[in-house]
Design a protein around this ligand. Structure first.
Ligand SMILES: Cc1ncc(COP(=O)(O)O)c(C=O)c1O
Length: 448
């Protein structure tokens, strides 16, 4: 391994980092993480902090999950790769599909299509949605509806249903036929409605209005995150997803839950679908499926998809990835699922999530720069910063940088995205770890 000076000097020389500019990677060198243990990460200078980001919403079981490491090592020894394309399969992928079928049965899911990550899962679901309607004799249903502020990864389909200009503008024109409705985001919405219970039916009505405008017979699917993550941890009112489910049913539109963050326990429920008491038609999962230890994802499929695609010789899936059902990923996922269930992570996610949320609300009392605190459903917590609470003018990037840097010095890695601080620590953290994160945030805000 090269020494730390070499690594610092070369970080941005040959490596283009996602979600920033090459210039920024030179001007604002990133923290180079070289070690980890439990819920902590250590940088190249030996500074150790609690990882309040949980990798990137994915390291639910922390960094020292030995059963997963062992499963990966065993699988590498026996079969490091074999494809699941027509004519071949592998044992780990088959076993995982069986286990996931059981795990997601309460959500109405019974089949799995494997991918290499979240963007792949979204792309798969969008494609299968179009094919579903073609198989059923409605080839005109090709459009997609989604929420403003939603994040659905970076493939061309996912970027097209994304609801944030940062991930769209540079890559336009995107897929035609993708339309967005207002998110149930009480802090900012076109209806000036701050009560989540009153906002939910307004957003649902906007969905129905858009369906009427486009023509239901042109729409393949509506896709949404049960809790919007990257858009700022926006938690819909409990009535929203049931209303969406009903609207989709009445108009023959498939409902795709993008559960790339919310599946496997992060919200304090085993899935976002179970959190809100609905059954989608497809569920995109990735991230915590392998705890971040291996790139992997799964699209789970419900009864309507099974009915359209199975016992139908013409239902050929012309879609798949070299790494669909990768045996090492599947072995990692099997071990993660077992650990996730054994540790019953939803309990700690709910308890520590409440502690985080209440702690952040207390910080809001102390610091005017905090405009809104969102979360309270498991370990997804968002803080939205404003330069003026009355006008809700967002803070500039320099404010987020100060808070992030000071919080890091004080013991926690937090993530800043625009005016939002996004936190999604491992689900196994202790109440003392949450206190460390909260006091680091306190130090960050105090430095402003
Ligand atoms: C809800 C959601 N969907 C899709 C994605 C894309 O996943 P990936 O980055 O693994 O491609 C993400 C990533 O953060 C996500 O949060």
């Amino acid at each position: 391994m090269k020494d730390s000076n070499f690594l610092k000097e070369n970080n941005a020389r040959f490596l283009w980092h996602p979600m920033t500019s090459p210039q920024d990677s030179h001007d604002t060198p990133p923290r180079i993480i070289t070690g980890s243990e439990g819920v902590r990460i250590t940088d190249i200078d030996g500074h150790s902090v609690v990882d309040a980001v949980g990798g990137l919403w994915n390291v639910n079981l922390g960094y020292s999950c030995q059963p997963v490491k062992d499963a990966i090592a065993r699988q590498l020894d026996t079969l490091p790769y074999y494809s699941t394309f027509r004519g071949s399969s592998n044992d780990a992928a088959i076993e995982l599909s069986y286990e996931l079928g059981e795990f997601f049965a309460p959500d109405g899911m019974s089949r799995a299509f494997f991918t290499s990550g979240g963007s792949d899962s979204v792309e798969t679901a969008l494609r299968l949605a179009r094919q579903y309607h073609k198989l059923r004799g409605e080839p005109g249903r090709v459009k997609f509806l989604s929420l403003k502020k939603g994040y659905h990864g970076t493939h061309m389909g996912g970027a097209s249903v994304n609801g944030n200009a940062n991930f769209r503008t540079a890559y336009e024109p995107l897929l035609p036929g993708c339309h967005h409705i207002p998110a149930p985001y009480p802090y900012r919405n076109p209806f000036d409605e701050t009560d989540p219970a009153k906002l939910a039916p307004l957003c649902a009505a906007a969905l129905e209005d858009e369906i009427g405008f486009q023509g239901a017979g042109t729409i393949a699917a509506f896709i949404m995150e049960p809790i919007l993550g990257a858009g700022g941890v926006i938690v819909p009112h409990g009535s929203f997803m049931p209303m969406v489910r009903d609207i989709c049913d009445r108009h023959g539109i498939l409902l795709i839950n993008d559960e790339v963050i919310t599946a496997y326990g992060r919200t304090g429920a085993w899935s976002g679908a179970r959190l809100w008491g609905i059954q989608p038609d497809m569920m995109c999962t990735a991230k915590a499926i392998t705890n971040g230890y291996f790139p992997f994802g799964a699209v789970m499929l419900g009864a309507k998809m099974v009915e359209a695609f199975e016992n139908n010789a013409s239902a050929k899936i012309g879609h798949g990835y070299t790494y669909s059902g990768h045996p090492v990923g599947a072995a990692a996922a099997l071990a993660c699922l077992e650990e996730t269930k054994r540790l019953n992570v939803i309990e700690n996610a709910a308890a520590r999530g409440t502690q985080m949320y209440e702690g952040c609300l207390a910080l809001k009392e102390k610091y005017d720069v905090i405009g809104d605190v969102r979360g309270g459903r498991g370990l997804m917590t968002g803080i939205e910063m404003v330069s003026d609470r009355t006008t809700k003018a967002p803070t500039g990037p320099e404010i987020g940088t100060v808070v992030q840097d000071k919080a890091y010095e004080a013991g926690a890695m937090i993530r800043v995205s625009g005016p939002n601080i996004l936190m999604s620590p491992p689900l196994i953290l202790t109440d003392a770890d949450v206190d460390t994160i909260l006091s680091a945030l306190d130090a960050g805000f105090a430095a402003l």
